[in-house]
Design a protein around this ligand. Structure first.
Ligand code: KG4
Ligand code: ZN
Length: 338
């Protein structure tokens, strides 16, 4: 049994992953959405305090539900980067203390890499795969050759897809988090009502941009003489359509550059109904395996952290545990190297 801990943002999560079946025996998530909803976004200081209050309780509940004691664990895995600094520190301090007290190996896991492999929980990936991490903080494409060879192909140069959902929902006064609300409203809307175009990025074709979409929504809102539910539904449908179109076009672009065994979709926005439909259709058309994180493992969770640790090496020394809020990596043009 591997313990997986994630406290990178606004979800306190502890999971226990069976190393034989590679499935999550328990995956406890305490969401702080209600705490932050009144502010329209995550307040870092409140988030870290929330983690500090919840983590110990959730840990005890997880052990009880899985009927294991700390001695049964084969290791402790924790997200160390990227994330909110104070939040990461709560999780890593807790993991370090557990590892030291019960003499268990400690695994430092990158949050984005954990998302990347989350579609394969309970099974094994077939390499190489094209991975999409589409979340509230990141929108990135990766070439994944093995559990340790991961190349960033391209990413957004400004807002993430989830951030675009959240910010436009806030502009429209729909609430937080915006993704599920817009997804729901879009179901009854006409996506051809409002015109949006897929943004071009000067930096290169491997990049994406979403901030222009946000500005376009703002313009549409200002030009509207009246607002009602039907108009909002049409705006949500048009917005959802352009976000998904942008993601699918980039998927097609990277897919053509290499030969892949699977396309793997992960992150909070992977819950989106239209994105799931369009990725499925794309995979069927291209005759490639479609791996999508199940809903439970799309948003932040400890299971994906514990799963990845099964294939990684532990830290040699507890003092080597480093927390970093962001990671500075430049997209590499993998296909130009040969
Ligand atoms: O992966 P996640 O929990 O947090 C980060 O690591 O960033 O993703 C949260 C994001 C939020 O922006 C939320 O609006 C979005 O996922 N999201 C969705 C849907 N459900 C959640 N976006 C679009 N459609 C959804 N159904
Ligand atoms: Zn995440």
């Amino acid at each position: 049994m591997m313990l997986g801990i994630d406290t990178s943002c606004d979800e306190t999560s502890i999971a226990i992953v069976d190393s034989q079946t590679r499935t999550a025996v328990v995956n406890f998530i305490s969401s702080q959405v209600n705490l932050h909803a009144q502010f329209g976004g995550v307040v870092p200081e409140l988030a870290s305090r929330g983690h500090a209050e919840n983590l110990g309780v959730i840990f005890q509940q997880a052990l009880k539900a899985a009927q294991v004691c700390p001695e049964d664990l084969i290791g402790v895995a924790v997200t160390t980067s990227p994330g909110l600094m104070g939040c990461l520190l709560v999780g890593t301090s807790f993991a370090k203390a557990l590892s030291s007290r019960f003499k268990k190996p400690l695994y430092a896991i990158n949050h984005l890499e954990a998302h990347l492999f989350s579609p394969f929980l309970g099974t094994l990936p077939e390499f190489p795969f094209l991975g999409l991490v589409v979340s509230g903080g990141h929108t990135a494409f990766y070439h994944v050759q093995s559990f340790d060879e991961i190349t960033l192909l391209g990413q957004t140069v400004d807002d993430a897809a989830g951030e675009t959902y959240d910010k436009t929902a806030k502009m429209m006064g729909l609430g937080y988090p915006g993704g599920p609300i817009i997804d729901e409203m879009a179901q009854n809307g006409d996506d051809s009502t409002f015109a949006f175009t897929v943004p071009k990025v000067k930096m290169g074709e491997q990049y994406l941009s979403f901030s222009g979409i946000k500005t376009a929504v703002n313009h549409h809102l200002k030009s509207l003489k009246k607002r009602d539910t039907k108009i909002d539904q049409d705006l949500c449908a048009s917005l959802q359509n352009i976000i998904v179109k942008t993601l699918i076009e980039k998927t097609a672009y990277f897919f053509k550059k290499n030969s892949y065994r699977s396309i793997a979709l992960s992150g909070g926005v992977a819950m989106n109904s239209l994105l799931r439909k369009k990725i499925t259709e794309f995979c069927e058309r291209e005759k490639v395996n479609c791996a999508m994180a199940s809903h439970e493992f799309c948003t932040d969770n400890g299971a994906m952290v514990g799963y990845l640790a099964l294939f990684r090496k532990p830290l040699k020394n507890l003092e080597n545990l480093e927390t970093r809020p962001t990671q500075k990596i430049q997209a590499r043009q993998l296909y130009n190297r040969t």
